[in-house]
Design a protein around this ligand. Structure first.
Ligand SMILES: Nc1ncnc2c1ncn2[C@@H]1O[C@H](COP(=O)(O)OP(=O)(O)O)[C@@H](O)[C@H]1O
Ligand SMILES: N[C@@H](CCOP(=O)(O)O)C(=O)O
Length: 320
């Protein structure tokens, strides 16, 4: 479930009056989602999404609004928040911070085809081209410093072999990052899984859920995408999907030498990032709501596969 704060029709109808979006017709709670209350809202003019922010860092919401506004202005397919007649996006409803969005078309691709992988790679490449000039700052909260600082919290819940695996990998990342030097930076989506995209057929309808958005190494985003979009059930990379995403991405933004050198370690690091964050949810900081946590084992399997089989060769670059 993902309606933690119920809303009534009259309440939403009154809320909509401050926007130029037409008159209220219907309200429907959205079942998906894990953190916020999400509603589909229909007016006599358009389809909208209303989000109430239930948890997390509310003081960071202005950053997310600024990021979504910026990407929307640069024609990246994200839902640009609807601003009210006074120009304000961030509102309050039922005592919670609230944002209104255009409803993007499509559904989440469970098993993306190659055209969808190319569309996603292209969109992420374009996103990273413009995001290097984004003026906002929110240091990546799940970067190497975070791994170093918090991985000890879960060690006691792991087998001796997994403890060694986790500690050794964190040490290896430290050495690899120190050797790699400067990487291209900009704003990141930070969590670009398949279920944060919407597709209508092969067309990317939207990239949603930018609440892990931050600024940092662009390569971090690319590695998250490959680990989710181009990985088989056994954790191994699927060469066709891998090449489809990266062909399209690299045509927009070729990797630097430092990125190429760090790529295998970044694939492992982002796998460990999710292994760790999911372990923290299961053992250390369970969610307030009764939700089934994501399976940490999936990312342990991916990490092991990246260690055992390495990265695949990066496609040759043909820039657009
Ligand atoms: N702008 C949007 N357009 C269409 N559907 C959306 C939009 N925003 C959210 N959704 C739908 O609502 C669901 C939950 O939204 P999400 O932001 O992922 O919530 P949570 O942060 O709680 O996981 C998504 O999986 C998607 O189906
Ligand atoms: N999509 C993630 C959850 C978001 O990560 P978090 O670090 O903000 O908890 C997942 O699949 O685990």
């Amino acid at each position: 479930m993902a309606v933690f704060t119920p809303l009534g029709d009259a309440q939403v109808a009154t809320f909509l009056e401050r926007f130029d979006v037409g008159a209220f017709k219907a309200l429907k709670g959205v079942a998906g989602g894990t953190e916020n209350s999400t509603f589909f809202v229909t007016t006599d003019q358009r389809e909208l999404v209303l989000t109430l922010f239930e948890q997390g860092e509310h003081e960071e919401l202005p950053f997310f609004v600024e990021l979504m506004d910026y990407l929307d202005e640069h024609r990246i397919p994200v839902p640009g928040p609807v601003h009210d007649r006074e120009g304000t996006a961030l509102q309050s409803l039922a005592g919670k911070p609230a944002l209104l969005f255009p409803r993007m078309p499509g559904s989440h691709p469970e098993s993306p085809n190659l055209a969808q992988c190319r569309a996603l790679g292209d969109a992420l490449g374009r996103l990273h081209l413009v995001s290097q000039h984004f003026p906002g700052q929110r240091p990546n909260p799940r970067d190497l410093h975070w791994l170093q600082a918090v991985h000890h919290k879960v060690l006691g819940y792991l087998s001796p072999d997994d403890q060694t695996l986790m500690k050794n990998q964190v040490d290896e990342f430290e050495a690899a990052f120190a050797e790699a030097g400067e990487l291209p930076c900009g704003a990141l989506h930070g969590d670009l899984f398949r279920d944060n995209t919407l597709f209508e057929g092969d067309t990317l309808g939207g990239i949603i859920d930018l609440y892990n958005g931050c600024t940092g190494d662009l390569l971090f985003d690319v590695a998250i995408v490959i680990n989710d979009w181009a990985t088989d059930d056994d954790g191994r990379l699927d060469a066709k999907r891998h090449d489809a995403v990266l062909d399209a991405y690299l045509a927009r933004r070729p990797f630097t030498q430092a990125e190429r050198a760090l790529w295998p370690a970044m694939l492992r690091m982002t796998a460990l990032r999710y292994w760790l964050s999911r372990l923290l949810v299961v053992y250390v900081d369970p969610p307030a709501h009764d939700l089934t946590p994501h399976d940490p084992e999936r990312f342990r399997t991916i990490l092991k596969a990246r260690i055992d089989h390495g990265a695949l060769p990066l496609p040759e670059v043909t820039t657009r």
